[in-house]
Structures are given as C-alpha cells and as structure tokens.
Design a protein around this ligand. Structure first.
Ligand code: FES
Length: 149
C-alpha cells in the first residue's frame, strides 16, 4: 500500500513539475506567512473574478513592512501567489509595497501558466488594498475600530 502511495505521489509531482516551477510548488506546498496578524496596521480582502478571496495583514514600523501574512480560500496557485507576494513586501517601505505588480509575483515564482496569471493579480491587488488600508488608518485612526478582520 505504501509503495502504491509513493508511486502515485511521484506521478503527481512529475505531472506538477511539467506545469509549475519548483518555486511555485514549494510555495504552494509549504506556504510562507500563512497566518493572521492580530491588531494589524493594514488589512486587505479582495475577491477576484474567479470567486476566490485573499486576505492580507500588515505590520508596519516607521513606514517599513515588518510583517505580512495572508489567507486564501483559493487553489494552490493562489496560495503560492499569496505566499510570494507577502515575502516580496517584507522589509519594503510602504510606497514600494503599494507599487507591487502581478508581474513582480509572476517573476519571483519563475512564471505561471497563462490560466493562472489572475492568481498573481489577486495577490498584488490584495497587497495594495492592505497598504491603502494602512494609509487610510494613519490619516483617520478611528476607522480601525470599524474594520472587519
Ligand atoms: Fe482563483 Fe487563482 S484560481 S485566484
């Protein structure tokens, strides 16, 4: 039974390697920053056209992103994109994080099939939403009390 399972697992991995880079597979299977941040400084939630939702939490110190986490109900490619997007922005300043593009996520992952490009768009847009939330709350801190995250 174990040999049968091992064989099946090897076949699945071989099939995945034909489509996805090792980086994508690694981030999908062992996602970084798959967590929430309590009392986050910035929070974004976006539902993409496919119906999948991503949430991103930020911790910001002196204008630098010191913590970024994500959650998604999407497929493993979406998980890989959330994982990579949060890795990319950690250590960046707020303006740099706001400028993240789907291409940045795709490039860092070593590419994705065309059909999965919208997963990178969802991750980049959710980062932007979280950064905009951070900026809005800095201007009007009382809004944090009404945020649902
Ligand atoms: Fe929906 Fe990736 S399949 S965002």
């Amino acid at each position: 039974m174990t040999d049968e399972f091992d064989g099946l697992e090897k076949q699945i991995m071989a099939a995945m390697r034909k489509v996805y880079t090792e980086t994508v597979i690694d981030h999908a299977m062992n996602p970084k920053n798959a967590d929430r941040i309590a009392h986050a400084d910035g929070f974004g939630r976006i539902t993409g056209p496919c119906g999948d939702t991503m949430e991103i939490w930020l911790k910001v110190n002196n204008g630098t992103i010191v913590g970024a986490t994500f959650s998604t109900d999407g497929c493993s490619t979406t998980v890989a994109c959330g994982s990579m997007a949060t890795e990319i922005i950690k250590g960046e300043d707020v303006a740099q994080a706001l400028a993240i593009s789907p291409s940045d996520v795709l490039e860092a992952l070593g590419g994705l099939p065309e059909d999965n490009h919208h997963c990178a768009l969802l991750a980049a847009n959710t980062v932007k939403a979280a950064v905009k939330d951070y900026i809005a709350i800095r201007k009007e801190p009382w809004k944090k009390a009404y945020r649902k995250c």
